[in-house]
Design a binder for this molecule. Structure first.
Ligand code: ADP
Ligand code: ZN
Length: 290
């Protein structure tokens, strides 16, 4: 069985062909421009490859509700050319195969659940800290959808007393993404995040926000394990800082041995590395078929 997978991002599209076991046999990257330029190139890649289904993990917000009139649309994205664009219908009309559709981070959570660090976790979270901040939630092997899907990168945090940065989120300014995404770090310090390697106070503050968000997610979602990925998490110093601060914030209230005794196995990097999203999209395609 051949399945197409698409990790649709704001800067690039990762297109792959794989199978239901998570093997990827072909992959290309295409820059994200406007739909009229990019969609024909994507369709060209999948056409004539004999795929039985397509899975799409997409930047959002999106409408994943099959009963909704706008199912399959990218909705209120700041990427204006893609706003209110029906990406699922365009693919369906061209390829005529079942399509699984979800957010990029829900797909990454599903990929890690199926083949990675969230394997068999009843509730698993995948958090990406990159150009944006997104949170995928996988419950019993299914991406969490409701009103729409979690947008937990935009939760409101309490700002550090010594941090007067106004925040970079176009909707909320100083939400989590507004304070702690890669562009927020760069906006606050006027340098690329990877140039700040040796500035310990940068990563202390970053961990302060990420840990605060994670403590809230633990209280709300009760995850069995949390995967932290994305470009900013390449700063490995963040992991121990975040783990220690999460314990501080929770202050023993969540009486779980996973947090109290073994937090190193509780907050972890992605086992699938940079393939979590594309493999999750593969799984979304497989789920659409079965
Ligand atoms: P995207 O979110 O666009 O898919 P990434 O997850 O790679 O892409 O995140 C990109 C962000 O990560 C950029 O803001 C970049 O500055 C930041 N970043 C990349 N590498 C590092 C690093 N080594 N340390 C800190 N930040 C980094
Ligand atoms: Zn926001």
């Amino acid at each position: 069985m051949l399945i197409g997978a698409l990790e649709a991002g704001g800067t690039k599209m990762v297109c792959a062909i794989g199978d239901e076991k998570g093997n990827i046999i072909d992959r290309v990257q295409i820059p994200t421009e406007s739909p009229d330029i990019t969609m024909p190139l994507l369709i060209e890649f999948y056409k004539d490859k004999g795929i039985d289904a397509l899975g799409i993990g997409c930047f959002g917000p999106i409408d994943p509700d099959k009963k909704s009139k706008t199912y399959g649309y990218i909705t209120s994205t700041p990427k204006l050319a893609w706003r209110n664009y029906n990406i699922v219908k365009t693919f369906y009309d061209a390829l005529n195969v079942p399509i699984g559709f979800g957010t990029d981070v829900n797909a990454a959570a599903l990929g890690e659940y199926t083949w990675g660090a969230l394997f068999d976790c009843q509730v698993g979270l995948y958090i990406t800290i990159g150009t944006g901040i997104g949170v995928g939630v996988c419950i019993d092997g299914k991406p969490l959808h409701g009103l729409m899907h979690p947008e937990a990168g935009h939760i409101i945090l309490s700002q550090h007393a010594n941090d007067d940065y106004e925040g970079i989120c176009p909707y909320h300014f100083s939400c989590f993404e507004g304070l702690a995404s890669g562009p927020a770090i760069e906006g606050r310090y006027g340098k690329k995040a990877y140039e700040l390697n040796n500035e310990s106070e940068v990563w202390e503050l970053e961990a302060y926000y990420i840990a605060q968000a994670i403590a809230n997610y633990i209280l709300c979602y009760s995850p069995v394990r949390i995967v932290l990925g994305g470009g900013v998490m390449h700063q490995e110093i963040l992991f121990p800082l975040i783990r220690a601060k999460v314990k501080e914030y929770l202050n023993g209230y969540i009486n779980s041995k996973f947090i109290l005794d073994d937090i190193d196995s509780y907050i972890v990097p992605p086992a699938l590395g940079d393939d979590a999203g594309i493999k999750g999209a593969l799984r979304l395609g497989h789920l659409a078929l079965i």
